[in-house]
Design a protein around this ligand. Structure first.
Ligand code: FDA
Length: 590
């Protein structure tokens, strides 16, 4: 049967991974078609924490401003609270998402972007609307069924769910297929991507509700209020959770169930009762918006695809929401692959470049899956400190928890243990290193023997961000001053990206600009120095270069996804050949 549509890339799904791929491809001018199973975007708030790296990506894609306008800002999301009920007793707080004074400084230094809370039902329309405005063709109600790969491309069979006649099934002919079809990915199955781990580790319920909780929360603004009650350690994500969706009248409760027993009946009586119990107000005026059951998974793909078929997002990393990395990692997967597809399709890179996608992203997916599941287990320290592990008897729980209010050495020890257990949750709620310390080691990165990576000497690479120009690292953020518009401040990260490479050099490095890849526009040359187009008034960029042993005539070559491809200590005798051979290697052009 002849294909009904021909395009360069078929994207399956309009979740964070698929929608951001569509937006990136549209921005890069790549012809593509998106198919998505349902007639609408996600209605549930689902993923929400949007970290600094994702904000940089969204800025590159031109939608950060809209996300900031709609999201709940950093200052209203950071007082993670542990309690016996929202209106009950408080057990402790941990400053989160970069709101601790020390980590706030690290956040401000690390990136031009700020963490914010953007529920998935708001994020998806921002991405999809911008993609559509830039030329994405999106087919709702269209289900991916199967695909066949051959030497020249891939034929994707889909079904128009709005039709029941013979024409409902049709073929799309494309050069590449991107499966962003979520945790039950049929594309990943059909591509036989090797998976490691376990699905259905624990059961969890989501209940979205409306109620004005401001009397109990506005003085300790947060997105997460964790509730310890009998049964809150069964299944789920560590404890009962009341999560802010919109301050302070729209919420989402997460409560666990034993996966072996299956989910309970989500009747209005059950859901309202559970919400009132977790809030701790028996006659709370509450409107249930929706409810669903889902499972905690601990699974990641070893490969994200090869040749003509790739997967991203939950299709290849399936994990609980702990650490808030779900949609962040999904968006970042797509940002890694989109420019590679664009360059290969344009003939500016060899197909081998696409192999670097799985090599670069699979280790990050594995880290995210393991981290999120470990975070659930670490909540057990709070149960241990309170002396409530292993009991569901409310009287025993109450007595053991009350013991912390006593005087005397035993109570003092318990208070210390609780303090430490709550603080330890920084590994879930303030893991700046997990969010930013990505290092890519692949054929698309050219290693060197300049200064060692500061990440090697950081005491805790999960908590602490280690900025570095090391090839494979994300280029460090430094505020520079650009000419035009009153010499506005612009980040190194904002100067880089936008679908092309960027070569940062200094006074005396202008000869790099004679290389054909600079002349063609594949590489943008940015000369940083006094009297140049871009200046370094704080000297922050110069300090970073100095630490790496890179002189003024040297250079840092940054890929379209802001990661460093290569560095050069000084201008070589033949900069044109040096840059050309470096790009030949990084782009698999030979
Ligand atoms: P996602 O699942 O978002 O999107 C998949 C897309 O593919 C959808 O558009 C779907 O319609 C489409 N699709 C699927 N099969 C298809 C087919 N055969 N043909 C065509 N289209 C198809 N995370 C978090 O951080 N905090 C949270 O509270 C939650 N809560 C939560 C609740 C529930 C019920 C789920 C399912 C997930 C969460 N998550 C979450 C996880 C978070 O939502 C997840 O990490 C991201 O949405 C992943 O984005 P993707 O784009 O990869 O998949």
């Amino acid at each position: 049967r002849p294909p009904a549509v021909t395009t360069d890339v078929v994207v399956v799904g309009t979740g964070p991974a698929g929608a951001s791929m569509a937006l990136a491809l549209a921005t890069l001018g790549v012809d593509h078609l998106v198919v998505t199973r349902y007639d609408s975007l996600a209605a549930e708030p689902r993923a929400h924490i949007t970290n600094q790296r994702t904000m940089e990506v969204l800025d590159d894609l031109g939608v950060a401003g809209e996300v900031i306008a709609q999201a709940t800002p950093q200052d209203l999301i950071g007082t993670t609270t542990f309690c016996t009920a929202i209106a009950g007793e408080e057990l402790g707080r941990v400053r989160s998402w970069g709101t601790d004074p020390e980590t706030r400084a690290a956040h401000v230094r690390a990136s031009p972007g700020r963490v914010c809370d953007m529920p998935q039902n708001l994020m998806e329309p921002v991405l999809v609307n911008a993609a559509t405005a830039r030329g994405s063709r999106i087919r709702y109600g269209t289900e991916y069924l199967s695909h066949v790969v051959d030497d020249d491309g891939v034929t994707v069979t889909v079904r128009d769910r709005t039709r029941s006649d013979d024409g409902a099934e049709y073929d799309i002919r494309a050069r590449y297929l991107y499966g962003a079809d979520g945790g039950r990915s049929r594309v990943a199955d059909a591509a036989e991507l090797p998976m490691r781990g376990e699905m259905g580790v624990a059961g969890s319920l989501n209940i979205v509700f409306r109620a004005d909780l401001s009397p109990w929360v506005a003085h300790r603004p947060s997105v997460l209020y964790w509730v310890l009650q009998p049964g809150s350690d069964v299944g789920g994500i560590g404890m009962g959770l009341v999560r802010m969706v919109r301050p302070w009248n729209e919420w989402l409760t997460v409560w666990g169930y034993d996966a072996a027993d299956g989910p309970p009946d989500l009747s209005e009586e059950f859901t309202k009762g559970l919400v009132r119990r977790l809030v701790g107000v028996d006659d709370l005026d509450v409107e249930i918006v929706g409810s669903s059951a889902w499972t905690v998974n601990h699974m990641a793909a070893e490969h994200y695809g090869s040749g003509r078929v790739f997967c991203g997002g939950d299709a290849v990393h399936r994990h609980p929401p702990s650490n808030g990395l779900g949609s962040n990692t999904s968006i970042q997967d797509s940002f890694n692959l989109a420019w590679k597809l664009a360059l290969v399709l344009r003939g500016d890179a060899g197909p081998g470049l696409l192999d670097s996608y799985t090599v670069e992203r699979a280790p990050i997916g594995r880290q995210v899956v393991d981290r999120a599941n470990r975070s659930i287990a670490e909540t057990g320290r709070i149960f241990d400190a309170l002396g409530v592990s292993g009991t569901d008897d409310p009287d025993v729980m109450r007595a053991n928890m009350d013991a912390r209010k006593d005087s005397g050495a035993g109570a003092e020890k318990q208070r210390r243990a609780l303090r430490e257990a709550v603080r330890f949750k920084a590994y879930e709620f303030d893991a700046h290193g997990v969010e930013l310390n990505h290092r890519y080691v692949s054929s698309a990165v050219v290693p060197d023997r300049l200064a060692p990576d500061p990440l090697d000497v950081v005491e805790d690479p999960e908590l602490t961000h280690a900025p570095s120009t090391t090839p494979g690292a994300r280029v460090p953020h430094a505020w520079l001053a650009a000419h035009g518009a009153g010499r506005r401040e612009v980040s190194t990260i904002q100067l880089a990206g936008h679908g092309r490479f960027t070569l940062f050099t200094g006074p005396g490095g202008e000869a790099w600009g004679e290389a054909p890849d600079v002349v063609s526009g594949l590489v943008a040359l940015v000369v940083v120095g006094p009297g140049r187009e871009v200046e370094d008034p704080y000297g922050d960029w110069a300090t970073l270069l100095e630490a790496a042993g890179i002189g003024d005539t040297g250079a840092v070559l940054v890929r379209p996804d802001h990661h460093v491809a290569a560095r050069f200590a000084a201008l070589p005798d033949d900069p044109t050949t040096t840059l050309t051979t470096t790009l030949d290697r990084a782009l698999s052009r030979m």
